[in-house]
Design a protein around this ligand. Structure first.
Ligand SMILES: [Zn+2]
Ligand SMILES: [Zn+2]
Length: 293
């Protein structure tokens, strides 16, 4: 392996943390590319199919990782890596589509930019601290594939009870599904879905919207329209507007003050309806977040 650096694998590294500008590992004799590649960077037919079918690939890879090989961009399509010990492996930009990683140890492994839809994980895969970064599918705008990647990760984290990463993956999956939408109406729906409550995953956002609604009506809408206050006529004061807005939001309807015009009364109805929708959404998202099955 050493001494052949000059004539070694010609795969270029582009990551900041790379130890060299090209791989330089021993060239794979079966590689047909120019410049030639090492076993890990070769994607030529015979070598690629060996990586998909041979069980030895796993121990070879473990060895390489233990020796500190920089495997950025490695070609591991469909590789049989069940139970592989890949702690802190450098697999940025690797081709990991359909790689079988059930029970694999991926703690602190670096996978930013890796292509990974169809990877196989199970509840024994160790990836609490894996750096998934941005999958290649997401970088390339393949939103449906990217959503599938995050869906798989989310299922894994849900199964293993990692709530923080489940939520994280859920939001990223939803974002990719959002970006996969075509048509103005659907996009707008998804946009609302995101802005109003973070795709249902951020209940506290709804608090902000509730406060906004009460303030909008209390400080702007009702004072502008005028509030009919029992016994003292029409008021344009912020205190009366705010009191009416709160009572309307809570659908209390004391009846001792009400909007001065028909239009104002209809707008108050709108505030009450929006309030009910926001409160219902708040309950749903809170339950989703904290009451898990
Ligand atoms: Zn090759
Ligand atoms: Zn190489």
């Amino acid at each position: 392996m050493t001494g052949e650096r000059e004539a070694g694998c010609g795969h270029g590294f582009s990551r900041g943390g790379a130890p060299r500008s090209t791989c330089g590992l021993e060239v794979e004799p079966r590689c047909e590319e120019h410049p030639k590649r090492c076993f890990w960077h070769c994607s030529c037919g015979e070598v690629a199919s060996e990586k998909r079918t041979s069980a030895e690939v796993k121990s070879r890879l473990e060895e390489a990782v233990q020796e500190g090989a920089h495997l950025e961009g490695a070609f591991l399509w469909g590789a049989q890596l069940q139970g592989a010990k890949l702690w802190a492996a450098h697999l940025e930009d690797a081709m990991l589509m359909e790689a079988q990683l059930q029970g694999a140890h991926l703690s602190d492994a670096q996978l930013d930019g890796a292509k990974m839809h169809g990877i196989g994980l199970d509840r024994w895969t160790q990836c609490e601290s894996t750096v998934w970064g941005t999958p290649r599918e997401e970088m390339d705008g393949q939103w449906a594939h990217a959503a599938a990647v995050f869906h798989g990760l989310r299922e894994h984290y849900r199964e293993t009870g990692n709530e923080r990463r489940t939520d994280e993956c859920y939001i990223r999956e939803a974002r990719c599904r959002h970006l996969a939408q075509h048509g103005l109406a659907r996009r707008l729906m998804w946009h609302l879905h995101r802005v109003v409550w973070g795709y249902g995953a951020i209940p506290w956002l709804l608090f902000a919207w509730m406060a906004f609604l009460v303030l909008l009506f209390g400080v702007v809408v009702f004072p502008a329209i005028g509030v009919e206050v029992e016994g003292s006529g029409v008021s344009h004061g912020i205190a009366d507007g705010f009191a009416l807005s709160l009572v309307t939001f809570a659908t209390l309807g004391y009846g001792n003050s009400y909007p001065a015009s028909k239009a104002g009364q209809m707008l108050a109805g709108l505030e009450a309806m929006l309030a009910m929708v926001l409160v219902a959404m708040f309950v749903v998202s809170l339950a989703r977040k904290y009451v898990r099955g």
